[in-house]
Design a protein around this ligand. Structure first.
Ligand code: 5GP
Ligand code: ZN
Length: 115
């Protein structure tokens, strides 16, 4: 399934739920997390609905590479120059709440609310 009408992140991609967008192209969307852990906390997501990392195959590797490569570029643009964390939660024990693959990118001066 390339999009899921019941998925909150698919609805953000479709513009049905507002978000503070940071970056968008054909394949990826980046927006600010609604409940930030850090002064800067964005989510990098594929536009394709992929529920968890368990669903990924080798053909998704270039897309994952692009997600990771975006992180330092966007952090610099957002003024984060002293380091950041990247995090992908997977499944129940991984505490994944939204079932659409997303990479958290968190940075900015300490202390942080969490993490
Ligand atoms: P997870 O626990 O699945 O790794 O993280 C899901 C993240 O999505 C959480 O940090 C949560 O704050 C964020 N989130 C959930 N719903 C929305 C929303 O409607 N808009 C935005 N911008 N972030 C959301
Ligand atoms: Zn989705």
């Amino acid at each position: 399934m390339s999009t899921d009408p019941n998925c909150i992140f698919c609805r953000i991609i479709a513009g049905q739920i507002p978000s503070r967008k940071v970056f968008e192209d054909d394949e990826l969307l980046v927006f600010h997390d609604i409940a930030p852990w850090a002064p800067v906390h964005v989510l990098v997501i594929p536009k394709l609905h992929i529920a968890t990392l368990y669903e990924l195959t080798a053909e998704h590797a270039p897309m994952l590479g692009r997600m990771l490569a975006l992180a330092p570029k966007l952090m610099r643009e957002l003024g984060v120059v002293n380091g950041f964390r990247t995090l992908i939660n997977t499944g129940e024990d991984g505490r994944q709440e939204v079932q659409h693959v997303h990479m958290h990118v968190m940075g900015g001066p300490r202390p942080w609310a969490k993490g």
